[in-house]
Design a protein around this ligand. Sequence first.
Ligand code: FDA
Length: 391
Amino acid sequence: MNESQAQKFDVLIVGAGAAGLMCAIEAGKHGCRVALLDHAERPGKKILISGGGRCNFTNRHTRPENFLSANPHFAKSALARYTPSDFLALVERHGIAWHEKHLGQLFCDRSASDVVQMLLRECAEAGVRIFCSTEIETVSRDDAFHLRTSRGEFHAPALVIATGGLSIPKMGATGFGYEVARQFGLKIVEPRPALVPLVFSSADQARWCDLAGVSTEVVAAIGRQRFTEKMLVTHRGLSGPAVLQISSYWREGEAIEFDLAPKMDATAELRAPQARRESAALRTSLRTILPHRLADRWMEVYSPSGWSTAALAEWEKRLHRWNVVPETTEGYAKAEVTAGGVDTGELSAKTMESRVPGLFFIGEVVDVTGHLGGFNFQWAWASGAAAGRSI
Ligand code: FDA
């Protein structure tokens, strides 16, 4: 395609996921000519599979503390200017039925496709042009940005990168955003899988993994970061909300501490003056706290060293401070998100523009990662809106 056939816009957005769609809507609403490009055959594929097909589209209790980043202050500005209530107002304006699950998590009643349809209607109203099945071959810049693609050339003075992280490569995730950042000399915080199941060492797999499917409420902690939710034993290690949450903070070689009996005292009855101090009594007590199979296995693996009060206290302590050093994680194939990404030191917290004028990064490609529970979409909406309004 020669220069005369090249398509000129005010802004090119690469990645028609949550962040890219929101950015396109906001930029289009104030009159920008917007091209939204994606290599996938349709927009919003991750939204469609999110929240078990119902899309946990935001969280009412969104606070900066719900996000990890090398700079914990970076997300504050965008989150304050596009809030969960703003997104909820949009959802309600489109007549989408929703409900609140526990901990402020908001889901569609019907299907995640309601959210995608809503965003596409908003894009159409804002005059956004969407180009799917479009491979980006090269990115260059002189007085404007130029994309050479499988659908010809696109030019614009502003380029927004919204290509997400590396999670779920089979759905089309790529490192494109990081490559563009590097091309323009911007720093990257090393990406790593987050909200991801953990893999036990082989010794722990032999001890626990035949219990796959058993789950129990725990506190999972690394340092001062603590999550009280369910833990699930899997065929290779641990998962469940508590484990996914703490996985975002975990680094190889580190221990995770689990309290398997939060706020409970398994040995209280045995410590009473007339109590029978023996395995059967302890097992019976533990079975009131843990699922039976897990209680029985715990007794096999960690029987008390004796029946003195000190020995019982030692045994009780392990139940509340079980240290696990995972071997690794299940990797990007199973990770819900990617932590790390474009260094926030390179970006304006207000507009998401990088120190390369006209080049923006939004959504998961940025080094801002939410906890489980609708926070990652809220970051996508908020950072997308911040960029879209400023272009
Ligand atoms: P996103 O990944 O959504 O979009 C990136 C887009 O860029 C894609 O359309 C992709 O095709 C495109 N792209 C990538 N490389 C490209 C290239 N080289 N050329 C052109 N296009 C390219 N979060 C939450 O808050 N609530 C939830 O319920 C869930 N549930 C959930 C379930 C599962 C299974 C996963 C994997 C993830 C979630 N998440 C979630 C996380 C959430 O989906 C995620 O954080 C956001 O989708 C990130 O939005 P982005 O727009 O940044 O990236």
